[in-house]
Design a protein. Sequence first.
Length: 201
Amino acid sequence: MITICAASILAFARNVVRESVAAQDALVRLQGIVTATGAKAGLSTKELTAFASSIQDTTRFADEAVMEAEATLLRFGRIQGETYRRALQAVVDIAAATGKDLQTVSLGIGKSLEIPGEAMRALAELGVKLSDSQQKVLDRLVASGQGVQAQAKLLQLLEGRYKGAAVAAGGALGGAFDQLKNFVSKLFGKICEGALAGGAQ
């Protein structure tokens, strides 16, 4: 029994180390993209990491996965300011509702907001359907030079359908377990970082 427990603890510790490394790698990539894009989206790396942490605290998604999604959205230059903030939340909610990973959803949402005229096609790849009439509304806005308004209209449609899905899923048994796992991994990660820092002194 002791051997089994020791093996389980060792396996967990190894997993924590892997997740800590993954989180650091995700942060480095995020910082690089923020710098490369000149923070065009209107958020600093600090604000983006704070959002990722808040999502980890309230949903089943780990912060490194959220940071990867943030980095993907930053590659779409027309998604800025409040549109970017709303898009991030939409990514998390749609991923929770559809069961798809954050990276896949962020790419689909990014495509649909970058070119609202192609939203129906981009969202269909995620299993999210727009009606012909909804797509025509977006098309008319784009044709009249109201690209930002088209983005806002699309986000309104998505929020009406999926808003709150991530928090709701996080409150279910499976989501609560994932939150606990993420919390413990984060705690152990900080302990390991402190131990390594102390050893280096």
